[in-house]
Design a protein around this ligand. Structure first.
Ligand code: ADP
Ligand code: MG
Length: 269
């Protein structure tokens, strides 16, 4: 059964897309079957996975409007080792078109249910807003990965996101939880970043991932080659950190499944 994660943060430029494509590549590298879903009309995660958004015959737009299945619309990125359900500008229109339709917030969830057995991980790159598109992502997911920079206002922005996730959890998707906060673009030489990082740990405890993604220019260069850093330059510090993060995610997923097993054996005893 596929575990589905949204990479979300309503702020732009915080590292959502970088996290999505590099985690996808890192998971593929350690043998996981991965589908990457681009829910941002900018199509950066599509391009950053080596898939030309302008040449897409079918995209996540067609899946949301139920004119194509995930399998029909997804393409394999051979270099990256995962499948891509791509997006382009057409997706911006879906926002308006969906408003008129039934089950408008559960379209992606229904479509992903059909490919559940084919993947270990589905990663959804969300746009920087709480739109109908993001809502489709949150309604589909088991968890949210929140990339964040350790800056002064980071905690403030987080309150809104946490409240939104709580609302979706209460009203639309009882499975949804914050899996973790991922510290990205981290520079340990900056005292403020260390302080905010400590504050985050104090506040959110083990919801803060152990892995820290450093600021690393190779990660920023990779998209212009149509590749995640993990594929473009596997030896780079940032790439290694994302492979480590992929390992941490696999371990977390195993732990997410563990309590149920205990509960069952407890009730059986
Ligand atoms: P978002 O999807 O949240 O808008 P992006 O992933 O596109 O954010 O990242 C914003 C910018 O920061 C991009 O130019 C990206 O290449 C750069 N970037 C992201 N993570 C890192 C990092 N760890 N080190 C250096 N640059 C990074
Ligand atoms: Mg993005």
């Amino acid at each position: 059964m596929a575990k589905i994660f949204c990479v979300a943060n309503q702020k732009g430029g915080v590292g959502k897309t970088t996290t999505t494509v590099n985690l996808a590549a890192g998971l593929a590298k350690i043998g996981q079957r991965v589908l990457m879903v681009d829910l941002d009309p900018q199509g950066n995660a599509t391009m950053g996975s080596g898939v030309d958004k302008r040449a897409l015959e079918l995209s996540v737009y067609d899946v949301l409007l139920e004119s194509a299945s995930v399998n029909e619309a997804a393409v394999l990125s051979e270099k990256c080792g995962y499948r891509v359900l791509g997006a382009n500008r057409e997706l911006a229109g879906a926002e308006v078109e969906l408003v008129e339709l039934e089950r408008r917030d559960k379209r992606l969830k229904a479509a992903l249910a059909q490919v559940d057995a084919e993947y270990d991980f589905v990663l959804i790159d969300c746009p920087p807003s709480l739109s109908m598109l993001t809502l489709n992502g949150l309604c589909s997911a088991h968890g949210v990965i929140v990339p964040m920079q350790c800056e002064y206002f980071a905690l403030e922005g987080l309150t809104d996101l946490v409240n939104t996730i709580k609302q979706v959890h209460a009203n639309l998707n009882a499975d949804l939880q914050i899996i973790g906060l991922l510290r990205v673009m981290f520079d340990p030489r900056i005292t403020l970043q260390q302080q905010v990082s400590e504050q985050l740990k104090g506040h959110f405890g083990d919801k803060v991932f152990d892995t820290v993604i450093p600021r690393n220019v190779r990660l920023a260069e990779a998209p212009s080659y149509g590749l995640p850093g993990v594929v473009f330059d596997p030896a780079a510090k940032g790439s290694q950190a994302f492979v480590e993060f992929a390992q941490e995610m696999v371990a977390r997923v195993q732990r997410m499944a563990a309590p149920k097993v205990q509960a069952q054996s407890a009730s059986g005893a």
